[in-house]
Design a binder for this molecule. Structure first.
Ligand code: ZN
Length: 429
């Protein structure tokens, strides 16, 4: 891989960039945004107090609630005349989050996204079919800006429109598909159904924006005849998609630590977790002008992967997004994320990907029941043994006891909204 976009920086060089960027960001936000100034004043911290990287811990957190309360642009830190664009999040409840971009922000986002295409091993010969939302959302704009900056050919189809997608795949021979995992799955099924597998030229897919299982991924990789697929991360608050990507070694997601700082904190105590442990991603931008982020709580859970990657890229790595900190619960003193249970269940091919956890309290003691489903076609006679095996695996990996019950295929409720995995009835003894 030639490094046109991804800088090969040493740890010391990255740390130097982080300190300079942190100091600049604190000063810029303090000067430009009444919101940040008031927050920092109230916490008794001034930009000049940031002398080392550890001093980041003196700065107050920023949350999605702040974005909501100060709607539309509480983080705005430049004169409005300098804003060249806004983007907004989908905002499942109430007001959306609106973020402002200067031209420098847009240019930096482009470069950041171009790094992703480079990391995925694309060249300027590649044809990139972009099947994500355009408009207020950051997805379409990000994938396209990055593609053009990188120099490949963008095919901006947008989401849905299955017939046009297939036409582009067969007539224009797209080589890289950018979509959600479920869209890739749907297209894979359609390619197989219509017998188009040898008429398309796809080699790679970049997917993100929703949780996916390894099973799903393998399924669309096979159906579309892919050599590689890559998990991408990003959020509207931090430019948009493109702030990190899985590499060809598929050993985690590299993120651009010269452009933002990622802290992994315990969502309860807000203290750093031990290296390699799961916690909430808290991000601080280093060059963002329009809407800088200072210790923004993303609510996404992941962990830093230790060591250097076999692909040779020096940018640090995180695990995939493992869940949301809002879903975390404490059971008999242990912090548990539903995704951890999901990961254990993935080890059982006899089970579907659906599960539900219910927590109750009896005689002052917490109990956890896990309900899972048989996959279609699995042998139902083995249920008793299977339930024990699942309970043992949960105990081995998460160190808690649970009662596992196995239901028939399709018995658990499905919901296209965020599935409510955890029913906590412990307050209702
Ligand atoms: Zn790598």
């Amino acid at each position: 891989m030639d490094h046109r976009f991804i800088p090969q920086l040493t740890e010391e060089q990255i740390a130097a960039k982080q300190l300079a960027g942190l100091q600049w960001t604190a000063g810029h936000a303090y000067k430009g945004s009444p919101f940040y100034r008031e927050r920092m004043d109230r916490h008794g911290v001034r930009p000049e107090d940031i002398k080392t990287l550890d001093d980041i811990r003196k700065l107050p957190f920023t949350t999605a609630n702040h974005l909501k309360e100060g709607y539309p642009m509480p983080l705005l830190s430049v004169p409005e005349a300098d804003v060249v664009r806004i983007h907004g999040s989908s905002g499942t409840t109430g007001k959306r989050k609106i973020l402002a971009y200067t031209q420098n922000d847009i240019d930096l986002w482009k470069d950041m996204f171009a790094r992703c295409y480079e990391l995925a091993g694309l060249t300027v010969e590649d044809r990139v079919q972009i099947c994500v939302g355009y408009g207020l959302w950051t997805a379409g704009a990000g994938f396209q800006l990055g593609c053009e900056r990188f120099g490949a050919m963008a095919l901006p189809v947008g989401p849905g429109l299955l017939e046009i997608q297939l036409q582009m795949l067969t007539d224009l021979k797209s080589t890289c598909l950018c979509s959600t995992a479920s869209m890739a799955l749907l297209m894979g099924e359609e390619v197989q159904k219509q017998g188009l597998a040898d008429k398309i030229a796809l080699k790679k897919a970049i997917f993100g924006a929703e949780t996916h299982t390894p099973k799903m991924r393998k399924q669309f990789e096979e159906a579309l005849g892919l050599e590689h697929s890559f998990d991408i991360i990003g959020m509207t608050e931090l430019y948009g998609p493109g702030t990190g990507l899985e590499c060809m070694a598929h050993e985690g997601i590299h993120y651009w630590s010269d452009l933002y700082i990622m802290e992994i904190l315990d969502p309860e105590t807000l203290e750093p977790v031990a290296p390699g442990e799961v916690g909430e991603m808290v991000v601080t931008s280093l060059q963002k002008e329009g809407s800088p982020l200072i210790r923004y709580r993303t609510r996404d859970l992941t962990r830093i992967l230790p060591g250097t990657c076999s692909c040779g890229v020096t940018m640090p790595r995180i695990d995939k997004i493992l869940g949301r900190s809002d879903d975390m619960f404490i059971f008999r003193g242990v912090n548990i994320y539903p995704g951890q249970i999901g990961t254990v269940l993935e080890g059982f091919p006899e089970l579907s990907a659906e599960y539900q956890i219910s927590l109750t309290r009896r005689d002052g003691l917490d109990h956890m029941a896990v309900r899972v489903e048989h996959a279609h076609g699995a042998d139902e006679d083995t249920c008793g043994n299977l339930a024990n095996a699942v309970a043992n695996e949960i105990r081995k990996h998460i160190l808690v006891r649970s009662d596992v019950r196995i239901l028939g295929p399709g018995e658990l409720p499905r919901s296209f909204a965020k599935t409510k995995r955890v029913q906590d009835e412990r307050g209702e003894e």
